[in-house]
Design a binder for this molecule. Structure first.
Ligand code: ATP
Length: 442
C-alpha cells in the first residue's frame, strides 16, 4: 500500500497509540511515548508472550533483573569490545553519519558527498553511578536483557530446583546508542525486549533450535500475522554475532522492506563459560547420571515489544475507499479498520447510547458500561453520530461496539456490532458478559 508508513504514523498519533517524545520541545532523537491505546496494546503483547512462555511451557520461569549491572558483565559478554560496535562513516561534505552496513554505495545517501573511512562505534549507553563523574563510576544501561539471565543462572536453577532443559524468560527495557535510529518505532535507542533463554545439553541444541524457531513463528501466525508477510532467514556464517553458532531472523514485510522482528540464536556455551571465567564463579551444570560437569548450551529467542507492535499494526491496517457503511453519511468516505486480533486490541468493547438527549438511554448505557468495565477494557462514547463513533472504534481496532437504543429500554437488551463483519446482534443485558467473554476468547 502506498505510504502505509505515513498512514500508520498518522493513525497512531490520532488515536493515541504513539506520540513523538518531548513533542512540544521539537521531539527527542527517535524516542517515542506510548499513549493510552499504545500502552494497552504493549501490555497485551507482553502478557501474551509471558503466558506463552511461562504458562504454556512447563519448565520456563521468569526473572526481572536490574537495568544497571556491574560493568564487568559487559566486559565478559564482549559488549565493551569490538563485539558490540557498528561501523560508522561520516560524510565529508554534510557531516551526516551512517552505519556502514546500511549503505548501498560508498557515497553519502543525502548529498552524494565522499565518506570517511569507517571507525568502530560502541553502542553501549554510558552513565555514572553516584555523584562523581569519573572512570571508576562508569556504568552502562543494559543493551540486552539476557545478560541478567546468564549471571542469575545458578540463583534461578538452585532456588527453583530446575533440571535442564529449562528456560528463563524476561521482559524489560534495553538501550543502544544506535547510529541511525530510523523507520518510526522500528529502530530506537530505548526499547523493550522479551527474551527467553533455553538451557539444554549441547547434543540437543540443534533439536531445540528448530523447535523454538517454529514455536516463535507460530506465535505471530496465531496472533493474526499473514503468512505471506512473515519469513525466517538463516543468518549467513560471516554475519553471525560474536556469540552465535547459528541464528535465524524472523522477518516481517514492513512498508520499508523485509526486516528482523525477532532473533533465534544458538549461543552455544559462550555466555556461561565466559561469565565463569570472568567472575570466578563456575556456572556449570552437574549431570547426575553421568557424574560430570558441563556448560549447558543456550538457545535464545529475542524480540522487541515495539517492533512486534509495529508489525501487528501494519498487518492489520485496512482501508476501504468509499466506505463499508452504505447507509450513513460515511458513504464515499474512506474508512480505516484495524483488524487486530481480539487479544491484541487495546479496547475490547465500546459502549454507545444511540442518542445523547434521552436520559433513560444515557442512564442505561452508563449501567452497561459500569457492568462491563471491570472485566473488559471498555470505552464509553456519546459524542457525534453513531456512524462516526463506529468508525472511530474501527480505527482503534475495537472488536465490539455496543449500542443502547429505544428498544433496549423495553427489552433490556443491546445491539452488539462486530468490527470485521459489521453484523449486529441483539443480546440481553444479563447475557452480555458471558457472550463477550466467549467471543473475546477466540
Ligand atoms: P538489528 O540488526 O536490527 O540492529 P540486532 O540483530 O542487533 O538488530 P538483536 O540484538 O538480535 O538485534 O536484538 C533482538 C531483538 O531486539 C530484535 O529482533 C528487535 O526486535 C529488538 N531490537 C534490537 N535493537 C532494537 C532497536 N534499536 N530498536 C527496537 N528494537 C530493537
Amino acid at each position: 500500500m502506498e505510504n502505509l508508513m505515513d498512514k500508520i504514523v498518522s493513525l497512531t498519533k490520532r488515536r493515541g497509540f504513539v506520540f513523538l517524545s518531548s513533542e512540544i520541545y521539537g521531539g527527542f532523537s527517535s524516542c517515542y511515548d506510548y499513549g493510552p491505546l499504545g500502552v494497552e496494546m504493549k501490555n497485551n503483547i507482553k502478557k501474551l508472550w509471558w503466558d506463552e512462555m511461562t504458562k504454556m511451557h512447563d519448565n520456563i520461569v521468569g526473572l526481572d533483573a536490574s537495568i544497571l549491572m556491574s560493568p564487568k558483565i559487559w566486559e565478559a559478554s564482549g559488549h565493551l569490545t569490538a563485539g558490540f560496535a557498528d561501523e560508522l562513516v561520516e560524510c565529508k561534505k554534510c557531516h551526516h553519519r551512517f552505519r556502514k552496513d546500511f549503505l548501498e554505495k560508498n557515497k553519502c545517501p543525502d548529498c552524494n558527498g565522499e565518506l570517511t573511512e569507517p571507525r568502530k562505534f560502541n553502542l553501549m549507553m554510558k552513565t555514572f553511578i553516584g555523584p562523581v563523574e569519573d572512570e571508576k563510576n562508569i556504568a552502562y544501561l543494559r543493551a540486552e536483557t539476557c545478560q541478567g539471565i546468564y549471571v542469575n543462572f545458578k540463583n534461578v536453577m538452585n532456588s527453583m530446583r530446575l533440571k535442564i532443559p529449562f528456560g528463563i524468560a524476561q521482559i524489560g527495557k534495553s538501550f543502544r546508542n544506535e547510529i541511525t535510529p530510523k523507520d518510526f518505532i522500528y529502530r530506537t535507542r530505548e526499547f523493550e525486549q522479551m527474551e527467553m533463554q533455553w538451557f539444554c545439553r549441547p547434543e540437543e541444541a540443534d533439536k531445540f533450535f528448530d523447535y523454538w524457531k517454529n514455536e516463535r513463528i507460530n506465535w505471530y501466525l496465531n496472533l493474526g500475522i499473514k503468512k505471506e508477510n512473515l519469513r525466517a532467514r538463516e543468518t549467513p556464517k560471516e554475519e553471525l554475532a560474536h556469540y552465535a553458532r547459528k541464528a535465524f531472523d524472523i522477518e516481517y514485510n514492513f512498508p520499508f522492506g523485509w526486516k528482523e522482528i525477532e532473533g533465534v540464536h544458538n549461543r552455544g556455551d559462550w555466555d556461561l563459560s565466559n561469565h565463569s571465567k570472568h567472575s570466578g564463579e563456575n556456572l556449570n551444570y552437574f549431570d547426575e547420571k553421568e557424574k560430570k560437569y558441563f556448560y549447558p548450551y543456550i538457545i535464545e529467542t529475542s524480540v522487541g515489544v515495539e517492533r512486534s507492535l509495529f508489525a501487528f499494526l501494519c498487518d492489520s491496517y485496512e482501508e476501504i475507499i468509499g466506505g463499508r457503511t452504505k447507509t450513513t453519511e460515511a458513504k464515499k468516505e474512506k474508512e480505516i479498520v484495524l483488524k487486530l486480533d481480539k487479544k491484541l486490541a487495546p479496547i475490547k468493547v465500546a459502549v454507545f447510547p444511540l442518542v445523547k438527549n434521552n436520559e433513560k438511554i444515557i442512564q442505561k448505557s452508563k449501567e452497561v458500561y459500569k457492568m462491563l468495565k471491570t472485566d473488559f477494557v471498555c470505552f464509553y462514547d456519546e459524542n457525534d453520530s453513531i456512524g462516526r463513533r463506529y468508525r472511530r472504534q474501527d480505527e482503534c481496532g475495537t472488536p465490539f461496539d455496543i449500542t443502547i437504543d429505544f428498544e433496549s429500554l423495553e427489552k433490556d437488551d443491546v445491539t452488539v456490532r462486530d468490527r470485521d463483519t459489521m453484523n449486529q446482534e441483539r443480546i440481553g443485558i444479563s447475557k452480555l458478559k458471558p457472550f463477550l467473554e466467549e467471543k473475546l476468547k477466540k
